[in-house]
Design a protein around this ligand. Sequence first.
Ligand SMILES: Cc1ncc(C[n+]2csc(CCOP(=O)(O)OP(=O)(O)O)c2C)c(N)n1
Ligand SMILES: [Mg+2]
Length: 570
Amino acid sequence: MSRNVSTIIVETLIAAGARRCYGIVGDTINHFTDAVRKSDLRWIHVRHEEVGALAAGGEALMTGELSVCAGTCGPGSLHFVNGIFESHRNGAPVLLVASDVARSEVGLNFPQAVDQRKVYEQTSVFCEYISHPSQARRITTLAAQAALNRRGVAVVIVNGDMFTESDDDGQPWSVHRPSPVLRPADAELDELAKMLDGAAGITLYAGMGARDAHDQVVALARTLKAPVVHSSRAKEFIEPDNPFNVGMTGILGNLAGLEAIERADIMLCLGTDFAWSQFYPDKAHIIQIDSDPTHLGRRSPIHLGLVGDVAATIDALLPRLKPHDDVHLTQALEQWRKDREDYRDAAQEKDPELIHPQFVTQCLDRLADDDAIFTADGGSPMVWLLRHLSANGKRRFLTSLLHGTMANAYPQALGIAASHPGRQVIALCGDGGMTMLMGDLLTLKQEKLPVKLLVYNNGSLGFVEMEQRVEGLLDAFTDLENPDFARLADACGLGGWRVDRADQLEDAMQAWLTADGPAVLDVRINRMELVMPPRVEAGHVASTALFGVKAILDGRTDEVVSLLRDNFLK
Ligand SMILES: Cc1ncc(C[n+]2csc(CCOP(=O)(O)OP(=O)(O)O)c2C)c(N)n1
Ligand SMILES: [Mg+2]
């Protein structure tokens, strides 16, 4: 039967598992949205396409299923770029239908014409035009298949006039999703077992590639008596029910994580591509197991690199290993206990006038549902999430750790709320992040998506302000003059609460969490908060002191005093 290209694309997307499409209508996409209107694909009408892309990415990452966005030619399709980059980096299967001007106008600098392929090629696993109506089902199918199997973004570019062309579309193209098992050769596993058996202190470092291998990682840690350090993104999968967990390394990490790697004789990397080379050890032998051979030895020279899925590789390795003794493990677990005490201490409020973000986040940890889904903005909120919310195997976490964008939290939460009805979805927002894409608060109301936004209101682009100070610069261009976000929420039709004192927090948070529909909790937190690295180096102290001197000379003595008081003397 003959159908138009719009209908064929929509049918194919639904057959590939897509349930929602995020976007804004416009001339070259209107026939596509008309086909969406007549279908079971839900159109979520956002106010800014970047929010649509982040929302589709949030949905796709949490469900593992295809999510779609679509935009009109030129500016409409361009606005998705930052959110599409986020999914390209974090592996969320998103399909973007980007449109362009009619074919009769291509190459003539027609208003709004943009070569979408040049824009999106660098940020996708698949990027192709539908050049003939007979390709519509085939290209869309292959795009969906690439996004789902290669974990990333597929872009299908369609000229506006193509959507109304028809084809009789006879062939049954369909998406295949195989699950191969990948593991190293027997001889390689024997060599690995020999190296591990000859080593005293072994530390496991688990990344996103270990997300389906929780039980295997724990079993391996038990046999090797190895502490387990995890990357930030792997927190939700590796932290729960893991007696060998000692936290994270890196600038956002903790001392136990850092030292477990420094002290090890072997650092065994399991599905991690952690990018900061300075946190890899000088002394330890590094062994890396990854399903992607291009990751081997990319961040640090390694002694052995093997290709395999983490779970399948550990299953094949365990019978080859002898049990180890636990000196290295005991030391790491003792430090982890101290690190958690320090985190708890950081959240004690002695002065009700001063609200520390750690206190706010630990209160949320207690009051949020056991299976809540949390997102956090790039900037300090992501650190508070990683350090102060506990993973239990049911809670889920998402932050922008690879692309590192601001303003991701509530847009991602929007897509997660749409795809997880009945689940509590909480966005930890910076005041900078939330106001960067504030217009889509209206979408939460209009589309009835009950996201709970917690705004860490420090009146500043705090993370960067801190970076500037720690580098010995006088902080500049970081002030944010904010409205009362609770009143703003009210004007947008959302619930709104505002907290200025620590002793008001718990009641307000309780009311906000149990509110019907979307709601904002605006908490006035301490502006002078420093995100402490796991170990304060002499260089940090010297350059922060340099900021102190410059600030005093600039007449800002009060700020230096509060920086010291609020971080070191509390
Ligand atoms: C889109 C984008 N612009 C700029 C930056 C640089 N940047 C990183 S964190 C940050 C400040 C975030 O401020 P806010 O959201 O208020 O969070 P805070 O750190 O104050 O808690 C900035 C400007 C970025 N990562 N992404
Ligand atoms: Mg801020």
